[in-house]
Design a protein around this ligand. Structure first.
Ligand code: SF4
Length: 339
């Protein structure tokens, strides 16, 4: 069990957080899998804590050790392998403008609303991020709000984390009140994976508050595989889309999870059925402990060429890479032959 740190067990999504799996043995047992073959790697959870909410585990196939959702969250011995070029801070993010505020793009700032996530993805580029030094904490965002108000070139605030939806609805609403009062802001973007692992996090209260905001709301989800979108999640996403909230998705290209054309095609189709547009497909950030998830650029280009053959253009995500110090994401040249 995860200590709740002031959580409310009467709130369904907080209840799910409280009973998330935190050891590989619990999760493997729940899935009907023998932990013995995995034993050498299970200690990797000491490198990066394990956390898997049960609703996400319920989307995994029982008895399947190769399940693509399980692979994203199960600690493996591979995480102990040191690979040249894979480092603790691949995006040079450990230096911020203020605690909790990253101003890496001219017109956009990233506000770390809450450190920590509902699920810990083994490939996460922030698995070594010092959240304790960079999270403003509940209500401690005033210096960041003052900074945004003083920089008229900023027109968009991106709530990030950790996962910003770990904050309660009333805290997000309180921050939104302050941001709406800054005249040069136009948009509020929220990046979150939490609804994908606990769909009840998409509350009607938050949806309605965002839908009535002066700022144009955008929710960017992080979904890597079609199996992550079940009927419950799709229903809630469609209701958020109907309320006028722009829904986009970014995925990470991950070996053994979604590195084949069928999986990526199915993901785009299911996203669209749920009212979400595919946005980015990221090449893996080269973070220490995650090299076993890397897919070569050559393979990534081949997959993109297949997607372009099979899908309408608006369902093909852009293949990008984040490069530390660059002002924006770097698109990969697909090197397509002229037809
Ligand atoms: S939800 Fe996002 S930030 Fe959190 S561990 Fe997963 S990839 Fe990292």
């Amino acid at each position: 069990m995860i200590p709740l740190n002031g959580g409310d067990l009467h709130i369904p999504w907080q209840k799910e957080l409280a009973r998330a799996f935190t050891t590989p043995e619990q999760l493997l047992d729940y899935l009907g899998l023998d932990a013995a073959p995995w034993q050498p790697g299970l200690a990797a959870r000491r490198l990066f804590a394990m956390r898997v909410p049960q609703p996400f585990a319920d989307k995994m196939e029982k008895g399947n050790p190769q399940d693509p959702l399980l692979r994203q969250v199960l600690p493996l011995a591979d995480e102990f392998t040191q690979v040249p070029g894979f480092v603790t801070d691949p995006l040079d993010e450990h230096d911020s403008a203020l605690p909790g505020l990253l101003h890496k793009y001219r017109s956009r700032v990233l506000l770390v609303l809450r450190g920590g996530c509902a699920v810990n993805c083994r490939y996460c580029f922030r698995r070594h991020f010092p959240y304790a030094d960079n999270s403003p904490g509940q209500g401690g965002w005033q210096p960041a709000v003052d900074y945004i108000a003083a920089h008229s070139e900023i027109n968009e605030v991106i709530l990030s984390g950790g996962d910003p939806l770990m904050a309660k609805d009333e805290h997000i609403a309180a921050l939104l009140n302050e941001l709406e009062a800054i005249p040069h802001l136009k948009r509020l973007r929220i990046h979150s994976r939490l609804p994908v692992v606990i769909h009840t996090r998409l509350t009607d209260t938050l949806r309605d508050r965002l839908a009535h905001s002066r700022l144009r709301p955008v929710l960017v989800l992080h979904i890597n595989h079609a199996n992550e979108i079940d009927a419950d999640l799709a229903d809630r996403l469609r209701s958020w889309q109907r309320a006028g909230i722009t829904l986009l998705n970014q995925s990470v290209l991950l070996a053994g999870v979604n590195d084949d054309a069928d999986a990526l095609e199915a993901l785009s189709e299911r996203l669209f059925d749920a009212g979400v547009l595919p946005y980015y497909l990221h090449q893996l950030d080269r973070v220490a402990g995650a090299a076993h998830f890397a897919v070569s650029d050559e393979r990534a280009r081949t997959l993109m060429a297949r997607l372009l053959e099979r899908l309408p253009g608006f369902l093909v995500p852009r293949l990008v890479r984040e490069v530390g110090g660059e002002a924006s994401k770097t698109p990969l040249d697909l090197r397509l032959e002229p037809s």
